[in-house]
Design a protein around this ligand. Structure first.
Ligand code: GLU
Length: 490
């Protein structure tokens, strides 16, 4: 455990450009682990300065997914806090004086180059195999002087004047001394009056008292620009920490366009438990001192140390997540799992509206039957749905029908007779009666004897244990289903 630093303030600063990225949850998890260990606050700030990529619903999705994942924040646009507003689009007036100061001190300059001119410049640089970057056509010119030249645009942007001797190294608490490439004359204020990320992030991290800037390694190349801005503006520097990027099996960066698992909502759809996803995200890039792979968020907090973060891009192994999820499904208590299964069945429309007493009882009774078999909650409709549908609505799957042999009518007939005569409807009695009639009297191998019954009762070839399922379903429904299949098989 690292030494206590006193109250710390960390933030995630996602851009609302669509479905929240799994990387945001990854950052949030590590931020919160450190905040919990040290004491302090965890802040959500919405970096919505890129208006072209803005998507209105993504903020709500972010709150919903972080809440689902059990990563609560102390301050944010929805919660308020001492440094509100927490949405950058609502802070435009905050940034302007800093831009003025940078212009006045000669650290920044206006640029009137049109997007067309910039594109031509880049093409020419590429054709001549020169490094690409702004050629400073506007630097040192007044508006009037610049207007005489081609590619003039009426509304200027403001650029940083990156000095030749700009420091290109900085200290990263995870990586030590880091070298970054020389930056271009970065735009800090756009023609639409919005700051770019680079200016806004520095001002906001400063004004919001952020002590540790934790973000993905793709931002390493931006950090020297931020270091310059801090020093030009005379602001104290926060600590920088760059987490490893999450990677696909082929080592490429996980992107929302190419990999569904980049979307945080995908994990909910797939039926992963939040505790399993938290554990999985923690394992990506972090190892516990004892090498244990299954650990809770509280364990992570207790042993948290940035020095244990692994900087080699972790591979996003969904099989590992499945393994962890199965583990958590088996280890939570039955009533808890029953509640989550019911939620899942509602989400999938198997249970509609407020669950009835019967639906609750059926799911509770079915839970122990599926707890050891289930890997993801999205299997619930397939595994349990047959217990909840009306007999007439049971869908018998094609492959289940195709699996029936010639002896199916005889098996079903004999079963109806045996089950009708049963004095009591419970698992052991059902099993004994069916064994007696199908295996002992009809001489069918146990392996094949119950297949037609499973198809009749569950509609599937594979299901939770048959006799227990029949007990839950009840005599009337079980018999109705067996009769219904019997009439379909001639
Ligand atoms: N808005 C940036 C993003 O979307 C935040 C980067 C940072 O944390 O500084 O990733």
């Amino acid at each position: 455990m690292s030494e206590s630093l006193g109250p710390v303030r960390l933030r995630v600063a996602p851009s609302p450009t669509g479905d929240p990225h799994v990387g945001t949850a990854y950052m949030a998890l590590f931020n919160l682990a450190f905040v919990r260990q040290q004491g302090g606050q965890f802040v959500v700030r919405i970096e919505d300065t890129d208006r072209a990529r803005y998507r209105a619903d993504s903020e709500q999705q972010l709150y919903a997914t972080l809440s689902w994942l059990g990563l609560p924040w102390d301050e944010g646009p929805d919660k308020g806090g001492p440094f509100a507003p927490y949405r950058q689009s609502e802070r435009l007036d905050t940034y302007r004086p800093y831009v003025e100061q940078l212009l006045a001190d000669g650290h920044a300059y206006y640029c009137w180059c049109s997007p067309e001119r910039l594109a031509q410049m880049r093409e020419a640089q590429q054709a001549a195999k020169l490094p690409t970057g702004y050629d400073r056509l506007c630097y040192g010119k007044s508006r009037e002087e610049r207007a005489e030249l081609p590619g003039f645009s009426d509304v200027p942007v403001v650029r940083m004047l990156i000095p030749d001797d700009a420091p290109l190294t900085f200290t990263d608490l995870i990586r030590g001394e880091v070298n970054a490439p020389r930056p271009d004359d970065q735009v800090i204020l756009k023609a639409d009056g919005f700051p770019t990320y680079h200016l806004a992030v520095v001002i906001d991290d400063h004004l919001m008292g952020i002590t540790h800037v934790v973000r993905g390694e793709e931002w390493i190349s931006s950090t020297p620009k931020h270091v310059l801005l801090y020093s030009w503006l005379g602001l104290p520097m926060p600590n920088f920490l760059h987490m490893p990027l999450l990677r696909n099996a082929n080592r490429s960066k996980i992107s929302k366009r190419k990999n569904p698992a980049a979307r945080l909502t995908w994990f909910i759809e797939q039926g992963y438990l939040p505790e399993a996803l938290r554990n999985f995200l923690a394992l990506l890039g972090y190892s516990m001192p004892d090498g244990e792979e299954v650990f809770s968020f509280d364990d992570m907090v207790e042993h948290f140390d940035w020095q244990r973060v692994n900087t080699v891009g972790p591979f996003f192994d969904v099989d590992k997540l499945d393994w962890l999820n199965g583990h958590y499904i088996r280890s939570i208590d039955e009533a808890d799992l029953a509640g989550r299964l019911l939620d899942r069945l509602r989400l999938d429309g198997v249970v509609t509206g407020e669950p009835t007493e019967r639906e609750r009882a059926v799911v509770a009774a079915a839970t122990p039957l599926v707890q050891t078999r289930m890997v993801r909650l999205n299997e619930a409709p397939g595994m349990i749905g047959f217990l909840l549908v009306a007999d007439d609505d049971l869908v018998v799957e094609d492959d289940a029908l195709a699996s029936l042999k010639e002896d199916a009518p005889a098996v079903l007939d004999a079963s109806v007779t045996a089950l009708e005569a049963l004095p009591q409807w419970e698992t052991a009695g059902i099993e004994a009666a069916l064994r007696a009639v199908l295996v002992e009297q009809l001489g069918i191998k146990p392996k094949f004897a119950f297949g037609p019954l499973r198809v009749a009762v569950t509609g599937r070839r594979v299901s939770p244990p048959l006799f227990e399922s029949m007990e839950i379903l009840g005599r009337e429904s079980s018999l109705a289903r067996i009769r219904a299949l019997r009439s379909r098989v001639g």
